[in-house]
Write a protein that binds this ligand. Sequence first.
Ligand SMILES: [Zn+2]
Ligand SMILES: [Zn+2]
Length: 348
Amino acid sequence: MAETMKAVVMHGPRDQRMEERPMPKPAAGELLVKVEHVGICGSDMHFLEEGRLGNWVVEKPLVLGHESAGEVVELGPGVEGFAVGDKVTLEPGVPCGECFPCRAGHYNLCSKMSFMAIPDERDGVFLEYVAHPAKMAYKLPENVGTLEGALCEPLCVGLYAAQKSGAWLGQSALIFGSGCIGLVTMLALKSAGVHDVTVVDVIGKRLEKAKELGATAVIRGDQVDAVQAALAATEGRGFPLVFECAGHPAASLQATKTVAANGVVVLVGMAADPELKLDVATLSAKEARVETIFRYRNLYPTAVSAVAGGLPLAKIASHIFPFKDLVAGMLYNMDHKDEVIKGVVSFV
Ligand SMILES: [Zn+2]
Ligand SMILES: [Zn+2]
């Protein structure tokens, strides 16, 4: 195998460079994986555009990308249950397994988490090969490609949001935001039997995608009052399930105004400002719950089997960029936010 590989390294805002890195060696318990597809996440775009996301600041060179799948090319010592040639999707967060949240089973809240493409945690996967713990890798069945494998990461977010809402068969849902996370939340809800899903966004192209993937109705938030439209659609009752997937403060406030009695608002999107304004009077009068989520836990096997069972995850990808064009592709993505719903990097 070659001594070096290519990696795209972020050095500062709008500054990524293709560089040579030493070929990684799989340590005990690790797989060496040849990366085939990586989804470009909103968090990657935030890091590249502003050099930060919330409290995370990129101060040292960092490889972005955390939604990946590829082929196993080497097994580290002691690895069982995998073979060279297996296609796998990689769960990007490696928890310590020993801290209080880990021992309580809440490993996504690990206090020593090592998550891909997070400053001071671990590098991401905008590179050709990655060594990753086998315990955070999941084999893909033959009918699931590595593009879908990569998109299992955001799908886990949607599955977790649906799970936290406690969605029931036959309920109706309102989703603010029709980007990747809004769309995977809709797919997760539909597979849980919530077929009546209304989606709000301000970008027409995204709402067309939501319709293509099965939204019952859409609301153009820039053309009508989204709260009035959502209430009118439910004879004033509001929706039992409301999801904020836009990462926008206005949408969080609207979400709390459109929930039905005994309903739930799940805050999924992350806004730049940590403080939000919510309509607590409406929430109280309706005895509505507010739920938050942080990434996901224990959901990769569910995501893989949902896709194997026919969930149309690949349709979310709107743009495929070859790895060699990644630097230019992400700048294009940044400057054409209205056009790119979900970019995916391809190495094959
Ligand atoms: Zn992501
Ligand atoms: Zn831990």
